[in-house]
Design a protein around this ligand. Structure first.
Ligand code: ZN
Length: 182
């Protein structure tokens, strides 16, 4: 089922997600609906807050034919990104490298807005799977960026919080308009 995507200005985007402590059929259905919603909107990641639920759950799906490169390491070995897709992150925690990488980023809750943002060059993710068992991997490129973006959403942080004052100034009118529509 396609769900409405919450846009900038809705307070749910500022709420920290509650920890997932139990996997229910409803939660699995929510993840499937989030994937359908994200794909229809041509995004690569979506957090529960973006469909109005303040929960520690996000979905990511990097298409195999994506022009933007992704890298993945599992157990210290480089792995095929598609082996992990689609991915549901439950209760994720991240560690990023000090080294940063500048790249372009958008967000389905901010239609029409794309900005260049510095993110950790690589990210280590610890999360839980559908059995609530601990899992981890390391990622770079588009996948690494998506993980960091979604992790922020789960904590009520938005990509506009991380952009430069100059970029915010440039986007002021667009942001004001988005907020007024919500
Ligand atoms: Zn987003």
């Amino acid at each position: 089922m396609i769900l409405p995507i919450v846009k900038y200005g809705d307070p749910v985007l500022r709420r920290k997600g509650a920890l997932v402590t139990k996997v229910t059929p409803e939660l699995r259905q929510l993840a499937r609906d989030m994937l359908d919603t994200m794909r229809k909107a041509e995004g690569v990641g979506l957090a529960a807050q973006q469909v109005g639920r303040a929960l520690q759950m996000a979905v990511i799906d990097i298409p195999a034919d994506s022009k933007r490169k992704s890298r993945l390491w599992v157990d210290g070995r480089e792995a095929d990104v598609s082996s992990l897709m689609p991915l549901t992150l439950i209760n994720p925690q991240i560690e990023t490298t000090k080294k940063k990488e500048l790249d372009n980023e958008g967000c389905l809750s901010f239609p029409g807005i794309n900005i260049d943002l510095n993110r950790g060059f690589r990210v280590k993710v610890r999360y839980q799977d559908w059995e609530l068992q601990p899992r981890e991997f390391e990622a770079g490129g588009l996948l690494g960026r998506a993980v960091q973006h979604e992790f922020d959403h789960l904590n009520g942080v938005l990509f506009i919080d991380k952009m430069s004052a100059a970029d915010r100034e440039k986007l002021q009118d667009k942001l004001r308009k988005l907020k007024a529509e919500s």
